[in-house]
Design a binder for this molecule. Structure first.
Ligand SMILES: Cc1cc2nc3c(=O)[nH]c(=O)nc-3n(C[C@H](O)[C@H](O)[C@H](O)COP(=O)(O)O)c2cc1C
Length: 201
């Protein structure tokens, strides 16, 4: 049986350990290298393999590498300066440098469509969120660090225009990818017992 053969289940202690210990790497701890073009393509293909009601693929990607990060940062800086004209220039410079914090930034755009067969737009947004998370998992499994951020500029109209968002599109996330300069510390996790009840009617 080839390793690509689909199986109903695939028990793996290694995958469980991976999932149970998974963490994001904060962008402040991100360094080069990031994934190269072929690795990015692989990460996006893997990230796209998510549950998707009626196979609508309600998402798309914009990749930012090299100078594109600096060039797009000018839009972020300009949007910040316009919204905060009283802020000092160095703050605008900081904002313009946001995409330079990691070697690769992938914008995951949620693109919900009117589905005549009835898939609600909310479900399509969930699919785009699943893409973001699967991207973090794929990148990590390939040895790269990642963080899912939106910050303020995901919600800024001028930045959205510069991204070419149309209609009901929205930024599901900016996935920052690179290498980790240090291992992350543990982060508090929810008390799942407190969040779970057996339904008794
Ligand atoms: C949709 C979404 C947006 C987020 N945006 C931000 C953000 O703007 N700033 C931030 O510090 N963390 C943000 N986070 C949180 C981080 O991605 C992440 O949860 C945190 O770094 C720890 O995650 P971990 O459980 O993967 O270690 C966001 C998370 C999600 C799901």
């Amino acid at each position: 049986m080839s390793s690509d053969t689909l199986r109903a289940v695939d028990a793996s202690q290694e995958v469980l350990r991976f999932l149970k210990s998974r963490r994001s790497t904060l962008v402040k701890n991100m360094i080069s290298p990031g994934p190269d073009a072929s690795q990015i393509a692989d990460i996006l293909q893997t990230a796209s393999r998510v549950p998707d009601h009626r196979k609508l693929a309600p998402f798309r990607f914009l990749t930012f590498t090299g100078k594109a990060r600096e060039d797009f940062g000018k839009h972020i800086g300009a949007a910040f300066a316009k919204a905060h004209p009283d802020m000092p220039l160095d703050r605008t410079v900081f904002e313009a440098g946001r995409f330079l914090r990691a070697p690769v930034v992938i914008a995951v755009i949620a693109s919900p469509v009117d589905c005549s067969r009835g898939t609600p737009k909310s479900e399509q947004i969930f699919t785009a969120g699943a893409v973001c998370f699967q991207m973090l998992l794929a990148a990590r499994a390939m040895g790269f660090a990642g963080q899912w951020l939106t910050e303020w500029y995901a919600y800024d109209a001028a930045v959205q225009k510069a991204l070419g968002l149309s209609g009901e599109e929205q930024v599901a996330g900016f996935i920052y990818l690179g290498s980790a300069s240090e291992d992350p510390s543990e982060r508090a996790r929810p008390d799942v017992g407190a969040l779970t009840q057996a339904w008794t009617g």
